[in-house]
Write a protein that binds this ligand. Sequence first.
Ligand code: URA
Length: 200
Amino acid sequence: MSELEKIAAEVRACTRCILHRGRTQAVPGEGPGDAQIVFIGEAPGFHEDQQGRPFVGAAGRLLEDLLSSIGLSREQVYITNIIKCRPPANRDPLPEEVAACNPYLDRQLAALRPRLVVTLGRFSMARFFPQARISKIHGQPRRVGGLICYPLYHPAAALHQPSLRRVVEEDFRRIPDVLAKAEQVAEYEPPPQAEQLRLF
Ligand code: URA
């Protein structure tokens, strides 16, 4: 059994947080073990919970269209989420749920060693860029903790806010270029303390 399969088996049996009680199935993630790009969404929704697969609902269809716009299919990339079980009524993940699930994502990334991590939405962005605002940093690749991370808006945001659709499409179209120039990507510098404090 590969490390990714081992992690998936553990995720399917996981009881580390309360979300296991309401799930139909956990959604570990899927894709080839040698994928160059990993996409990280937020959490499974209704259809993902039913099927045990990530991004199979409306946001998934948009993700597939976006992938095909850059000549990729979902079978060529690894797709997973920050949390692997569906929150009730699709509410936002709680910090303790994210913390409980984090070790699985850490292990998936260690096993995959991708050239590029694309975060979809603010919850997965926050994993790599805490305190950052997606409106400020989307579409700007940065090196974080040995990975090159490219924060994008979530495809579901583009479905709900038509004005974001073009932004998501344009950021997505730059993925091949970001991948080609990965070696030149600068290290992330968190905003200065003063700016962080102003947020509160
Ligand atoms: N939205 C996500 O963030 N993840 C999924 O798997 C599906 C929808």
